[in-house]
Write a protein of this length. Structure first.
Length: 137
């Protein structure tokens, strides 16, 4: 066996360990994003239910026929604002999760590439050394 064989295995094991840590970090980011998304959806559903009941009560309390039409226009505007706020928050959640995952992936690719080049360089020099020893024998 070449003297660098153990070191090469150890380097591959370290790369694998680092990849597993990166996978763990990305999985945690994805789960955190999913949790935040579920919370956002529950809050939105709760808000829609409360707004719907409130709007129905206001419309039912209208005295004249024209009141519901005027009130409906006033009640629709907050709904648009809620939709816009929901969309912004959804975009934030997705962007944060994507940024975290992209950062981890970029770090791992750079690290793995440099370590692979190092391992290949060591393997090449070990093979060259073995060739010299063989010629000398």
């Amino acid at each position: 066996m070449f003297p660098t064989t153990h070191a090469t295995y150890e380097q591959f094991a370290n790369v694998h360990k680092a990849n597993m840590e990166a996978f763990k970090t990305m999985t945690q980011a994805a789960l955190a994003g999913t949790e935040r998304l579920a919370s956002l959806n529950l809050d939105a559903a709760r808000g829609l239910l409360e707004a719907g009941v409130g709007n129905a009560s206001v419309l039912l309390d209208a005295k004249a026929l024209q009141d519901p039409i005027g009130l409906q226009n006033l009640l629709v505007r907050p709904g648009y604002e809620q939709i816009a706020a929901y969309s912004r928050r959804l975009y934030e959640i997705a962007s944060e999760a994507q940024t975290t995952i992209a950062t981890v992936m970029a770090e791992r690719l750079a690290d793995t590439g440099s370590k692979a080049a190092s391992v290949m360089g060591q393997a090449t020099s070990a093979i060259a050394s073995a060739g010299k020893l063989r010629k000398a024998a």
